[in-house]
Design a protein around this ligand. Structure first.
Ligand SMILES: [Zn+2]
Length: 292
């Protein structure tokens, strides 16, 4: 089971979100039949998004994290709620796998190292909050850290990782977001920087058998740790016939008429879970009538 933990330093100057998303990212890999590089790219994005979703105190808030690139991978989307559910897709599930000069899957190369990070926070009001920043490396963790700093004025350190086994299945996946809270002292900042410099990749630490609790206390070494909560997190799509019906209605009467005339039925596929929804001639006819 995938898990997320939140904790603060004793003096409440630092907050950490840390997650083991191994089963969650493996489910995404199996759902979308991802190549290794596409799995690493989507898995890092899902891991970042599920932590960002948990930052919300608002029950019905949904957060959408979009990573837009100019390379082989044009778009990665992850949608998370504040209950630990996340879903996502990648424009190119079979991107070609390259290894970079530090021996890791070259996610930045696949995204093209330029593009945009877009964060949409929807709290059910009319206008959602939308923040945008430039992609700085395409490695996703750095790009999310830059987003927090530039768009939400929240200095953060972000680590994200996906490790695959020789069969291309997910062996380890996870990450952390560490945030400096207002009023953090100089000493705390330097201690935290020193700690973070000594933390290897999360997936390497999982491989060594470390838990998210142990990694969190390593990141907060010398600052004291107060564990707040641990939550189950999962890959879960909330699509339904009703939502697909609504999506189909929203394309408008004349488009629906064209589909009816040309195909006699409509098949919609959910981007997030690949479930298929069929709408028959009769259903399309009554939808068109309902728009009159
Ligand atoms: Zn779905």
């Amino acid at each position: 089971m995938s898990q997320l933990m939140t904790a603060v330093s004793s003096a409440r100057e630092v907050r950490i979100y840390i997650a083991n998303t191994t089963t969650l990212v493996e489910e995404a890999r199996a759902t979308h039949d991802l190549s290794p590089i596409s799995c690493a790219a989507l898995g890092r994005t899902l891991t970042g998004a599920v932590m960002m979703g948990m930052m919300s105190k608002i029950d019905d808030e949904k957060i959408t994290l979009q990573i837009k690139g100019t390379g082989e991978v044009k778009l990665i989307v992850a949608v998370a709620d504040s209950h630990g559910n996340v879903k996502g897709y990648i424009s190119n599930p079979l991107a070609e796998t390259h290894i970079n000069d530090v021996g890791k899957l070259d996610v930045g190369g696949a995204l093209g190292r330029s593009g945009e990070v877009v964060v949409i926070r929807d709290i059910g009001m009319k206008e959602p909050f939308i923040g945008r920043t430039e992609l700085i490396s395409g490695e996703i963790a750095e790009d999310i850290a830059n987003y927090f700093y530039a768009s939400e004025q929240m200095p953060s350190a972000v680590g994200l990782g996906v490790l695959l086994n020789s069969k291309g299945f997910v062996q380890q996946a996870g990450g952390f977001i560490v945030q400096l809270l207002p009023g953090a002292s100089e000493e705390t900042v330097s201690q935290l920087e020193a700690n973070l410099a000594g933390v290897k990749s999360v997936t390497d630490l999982f491989e060594m058998g470390m838990s998210i609790q142990a990694i969190a206390s390593q990141i907060l070494a010398g600052l004291g740790m107060e564990a707040l909560e641990t939550y189950p997190i999962q890959y879960q799509c909330d699509c339904s016939v009703d939502k697909m019906h609504g999506a189909l209605l929203s394309i408008g009467q004349s488009e629906l008429q064209t589909i009816l005339d040309e195909d006699g039925q409509a098949e919609l596929v959910c981007h997030f879970c690949n479930r298929k929804y069929m709408f028959s001639r009769d259903e399309l006819t009554s939808m068109i009538a309902s728009l009159n």
